[in-house]
Design a protein around this ligand. Structure first.
Ligand SMILES: [Zn+2]
Length: 386
């Protein structure tokens, strides 16, 4: 979790208005003839509304018969792929953006009902016997009137297909009195080739190894690590409903999920810069375009478990959505969400910024499923049903 943003050569067309403003400065210095007035008017008309995005451009979009996602105009989540399994009277459906490493998976377990048939008390009791495991880890299943639902991660570091374990209710008790059977299947996954960037990332004072020797810095880092550990240990039950949201009112990825990067490191000795070996790290989140003061929104309903200014993360908001899911927003210039507060999908929780270990202003976004990082955008493809 940290920083990183590749120095940008191109700006998103929507915000390609800042060069317009420097042009405006030149314009003012020149004598006002009709041509420059016309130029001024054009710059004003094209630049002002886009730069500020005074009106919220996001719209609620139906992504499935039960799910709505609040999205900026530049982004539509890809439709998920599905995998269906059936055992006895129950059906297990898995949904994922690509069933690729780093993707989230949404699971639903429902009784197979004839048209017009309602779930009987017996089926309801049997529903509770279902259990799901992915690579040996229990998936938290939440009971709804129509069935069970759960979410899990295809780990980004996974190198082969996963193991799906399904404990399902038998139609009839076995001769030995068993009520359930167990089916273990290989879940075919696409192995994502995450990018590797070799150019060294300069991180200002964070690249100077002596920064960490300064009085109080080590203590601050330790104190904040304890704070984060406490926040990450939060285990809320179930906040995710049927609404999700993009965290920004503009979509532009500035650094991809799980890219391997190297940081430039040095120290100053006798007034000279001595280079240290670069450090490799994996970017366990996604960087999105966001200038200082631009709004940041909650991706799903949840409880604010951390909202503070930290040494590495800068302004940091951590939400616990229950169901084993947490989302984190970093480098914020302003914190709107208060610790302990409950937020809904799409609520304003902070303003983007350039605080902590960054090269420029942006929003760093992370989602963890049972502690494993996933590509945060993979959440927006899931047809979550309440
Ligand atoms: Zn980042």
């Amino acid at each position: 979790m940290n920083q990183m943003m590749k120095p940008e050569k191109t700006k998103s067309p929507v915000y390609a208005t800042f060069p317009g403003f420097s042009g405006l400065g030149c314009c003012i210095a020149l004598p006002w003839n009709r041509r420059s007035l016309l130029f001024f008017a054009i710059v004003l008309v094209t630049a002002l509304p886009l730069e500020a995005r005074q009106t919220d451009p996001r719209t609620w979009t139906k992504t499935s018969s039960s799910t709505s996602v609040l999205l900026p105009p530049e982004y539509r989540p890809p439709e998920p792929q599905t995998r269906v399994f059936q055992k006895g009277e129950f059906k297990l459906t898995l949904y994922s953006r690509k069933f690729a490493t780093g993707d989230m998976v949404y699971a639903e377990i429902e009784p197979v009902l004839a048209p017009g048939q309602k779930m009987s008390e017996e089926l309801k009791r049997k529903l509770g016997l279902n259990q799901l495991k992915y690579n040996g880890l229990q998936v938290k299943l939440v009971e709804r009137p129509w069935g069970l639902r759960g979410l899990f991660a295809i780990y980004p570091h996974q190198k082969e297909n996963g193991w799906l374990g399904w404990t399902y209710p038998l139609k009839q008790k076995s001769a030995t009195g068993e009520e359930t059977g167990f089916e273990s299947t290989r879940l075919q996954v696409h192995i994502t080739k995450f990018p590797v960037y070799t150019s060294e990332l300069k991180l200002g004072k964070y690249s100077n190894v002596q920064t960490y020797e300064k009085p109080g810095v080590a203590e601050r880092i330790k104190r904040e690590r304890e704070l984060k550990n406490k926040a990450f240990a939060s285990r809320e039950d179930n906040y995710i409903k049927d609404k999700l949201a993009h965290p920004r009112d503009l979509h532009k990825i500035t650094s991809p999920f799980y890219v391997t990067r190297v940081t430039y490191r040095y120290e100053i000795k006798n007034g000279k810069k001595i280079k240290h070996p670069p450090k490799r790290y994996v970017h366990k989140g996604l960087d999105l375009r966001g200038w200082v003061g631009h709004p940041v929104f909650a991706m799903a309903p949840g409880k604010v478990v951390l909202s503070r200014e930290l040494f590495f993360e800068g302004g940091f908001v951590l939400l616990d959505h229950g169901n084993g899911i947490k989302s984190g927003y970093m480098h914020l210039s302003e914190l709107k969400a208060k610790e302990g507060q409950i937020v809904e999908a799409g609520d304003l929780i902070a303003k983007a910024g350039a605080t902590g270990m960054v090269t420029a202003a942006h929003l760093h976004l992370s989602i963890w499923v049972n502690g494993y990082p996933v590509d945060p955008l993979s959440l927006l493809s899931l047809p979550v049903r309440y």
